[in-house]
Design a binder for this molecule. Sequence first.
Ligand SMILES: Cc1cc2nc3c(=O)[nH]c(=O)nc-3n(C[C@H](O)[C@H](O)[C@H](O)COP(=O)(O)OP(=O)(O)OC[C@H]3O[C@@H](n4cnc5c(N)ncnc54)[C@H](O)[C@@H]3O)c2cc1C
Length: 351
Amino acid sequence: MKKIAIIGSGFAGLALSFYLTKEKQRDFDIDLFYDQDIDKSASGVSTGLLSPYSGMYATSVDDALLAFDELCSIVRILEEREQTNIFLSKGIFRLASEKRQMKAFEKRVRKSSDTSLVSSKDLKEKFPFLLKDYQGLYIEKAYSLNAPIYLKALHSFLKKEKGFNFVQKEVKDLSELREYESVFLAAGQGSLKFFSQEDIKEHGLNLVKGQVLEYEIPKEEQVFSQPLVTTKYLIPKEDENSLLLGATFEKEFESPKIGQSEELERLKLKGYDLFPPLKKLKVKEQRSAIRLCSSYHRPLWGRLNEKVYLLTSLGSKGLLFHALLAKELVKAFFAKEKPKKTLDSPLLWKP
Ligand SMILES: Cc1cc2nc3c(=O)[nH]c(=O)nc-3n(C[C@H](O)[C@H](O)[C@H](O)COP(=O)(O)OP(=O)(O)OC[C@H]3O[C@@H](n4cnc5c(N)ncnc54)[C@H](O)[C@@H]3O)c2cc1C
């Protein structure tokens, strides 16, 4: 029997596995290599925000809605097969902290019927603790998802597949995988060492750290039920009586370890600014991970050579794009030709 190797069991590696095992023409076994427990990878640490309109200005690309729907269809299959709840909540509030942002939101609402503007009065009613008079955008088609539960459901789904094996082992060099017909590189930050210096430079590959604090919400206390997002974000996890606090733009930190107290204090201060009652809440857990980003701010996918396929550098949009790109890459792999579909994410296709 032929064998295929996948390196990585984060969003990218598991979605590739999902589509590879679904394919009826499959005439090979699959070994998936991973070197981190599920909850330690960037995917496991991820706060699980999924929105087709991302960033400060709620911008979008053509593929975003397609990608959103693709992930939702995987989640639906998993929720049914694994009898679990993966989505935490539907609908996200994005606050505008400057005029330019509000202009961009107005433009978004004119284009997308699943978004609406929110007045400062409505925001104050919904989030009475807000210290400033914000206006904002409500995105109906944006969800928050419990990332560790999603990953565990994919694991459990794949474990039942014939000829599919999880192998806990670090792949140090691709030459270790000689016996495999093809290799899918989906190793997140661990992918960097498999790229040439020229590729790293050409695609602007770089590492960015992200951190999350999970606060305990006392049972008798009620907080809001939908995520609140600015350059920092608060995501309620009602089932677990907790609240996640995260922030973007932590580029200056390079250690993969959980931040020193100074870094965490900065994150906490960002949180207090948005939701002052945080000061009274207890931190239940702190997590951090490094993600691989590219200068395109989009995932990089395609083929490094005849044997090695890749889906990596998912950056901060990993959740949104991984399912669609995994599906298209698997299609191209079986068709033995370059993907037909033109997507916004840069395709690297070497002979
Ligand atoms: C704090 C934080 C919050 C985030 N929040 C969001 C969010 O809300 N929404 C969103 O879309 N994105 C978010 N992201 C980004 C998102 O998490 C990443 O884009 C995504 O998880 C990357 O997935 P991946 O599969 O490429 O890599 P990873 O999840 O990092 O997985 C890499 C896998 O490769 C394995 N591996 C690596 N090297 C080797 C090797 N040599 N041998 C064997 N195995 C190897 C690891 O064990 C792991 O299983 C967040 C990231 C962080 C850090």
